[in-house]
Design a binder for this molecule. Sequence first.
Ligand code: AMP
Length: 114
Amino acid sequence: MLADNVFLKIIDKTIPAKIIHEDERCLAFHDIGPKAPVHVLIIPKKVIRTHDDIGTEDAELIGHLHVVAAKLAKDLGLAAGYRLVINCKEQGGQTVPHLHMHLLGGRDLGWPPG
Ligand code: AMP
């Protein structure tokens, strides 16, 4: 399941995506199968396969992803609230083997998640 890293192709621009933010460390684009009115993925350009693979050397990078997420939430009008999700490995529901943060909003989000 965690074999094909489609997000590397988005970083390389070999496949298209609706990119809304790019800097030297990360990329953000609209999810191809949105689960909420706003569903954006924020990914590091560095290849980190899963959340479980984050090292202490990645602390600043992970913090940067959160700063970008907060900015995008403002830009996308999510003042009422939003959710950040990182699925990790098969049991966590991860399907793409490249660390990514889901930014979801625009509707009431249920809890607990499925
Ligand atoms: P996860 O299940 O947490 O690994 O999330 C992977 C997400 O990537 C899913 O929400 C997919 O809809 C999304 N996705 C897969 N391929 C693409 C693509 N080419 N462009 C944008 N989003 C994608």
